[in-house]
Design a protein around this ligand. Structure first.
Ligand code: FEO
Length: 172
């Protein structure tokens, strides 16, 4: 069964949104590198890789459903930060926005009874919930522990431990 054109288009748009997320998080990592907070930088490099996987999973889904994806231009991230909590807050706001995009994809699929796309998007719905929780936790950790140098050092070491593992829930 051919994929519905509207569903294909929102999923294609989502590829761009995921690649933008990846690009955005690299700028967060750059900010923390510049600050000497290599653990925070590592956390966002891992996040950038995960976002790229999300784009690949959507691309693979379109290909497997006989739709040729179109790679559009990725916007330049334009945020500048003047304190260590600001990227974390921007990260939460961004993930909430991405959640709204994923929900929109789901609603479009639901409208045309595209059960296959809905099933695939279930994973993204769950993932967005987890990413929002992670983003909120990072903000509260920073507020609780990041205000003194020792606490910030410990947090940075904790975030250094995050390791990238390639997404396996969906084919890439
Ligand atoms: Fe893949 Fe965090 O959006």
């Amino acid at each position: 069964m051919a994929i519905n054109e509207k569903v294909a288009q929102v999923l294609n748009d989502q590829i761009n949104a995921e690649l933008y997320s990846s690009y955005l998080y690299l700028t967060f990592a750059d900010y923390y590198e510049d600050r000497g907070l290599k653990g925070f930088a590592n956390w966002y490099v891992v996040q950038a890789k995960e976002e790229a996987d999300h784009a690949l999973a959507l691309r693979r889904y379109l290909l497997d459903n006989d739709f040729k994806p179109q790679m559009e231009a990725i916007a330049k991230p334009d945020k500048t930060f003047s304190s260590d909590i600001e990227p974390l807050e921007a990260g939460l706001a961004h993930e909430e926005y991405v959640t709204s995009l994923i929900h929109h994809c789901y609603e479009v699929a639901h409208e045309v009874h595209d059960v296959r796309a809905m099933q695939m998007l279930d994973w993204f719905v769950k993932e967005q919930g987890e990413e929002e929780t992670n983003a909120r936790d990072m903000i509260s950790n920073m507020k609780l522990f990041g205000c003194d140098p020792k606490g910030l050092y410990d947090l940075d070491r904790e975030y250094q431990n995050r390791v990238y593992t390639q997404m396996t829930a969906l084919p890439l």
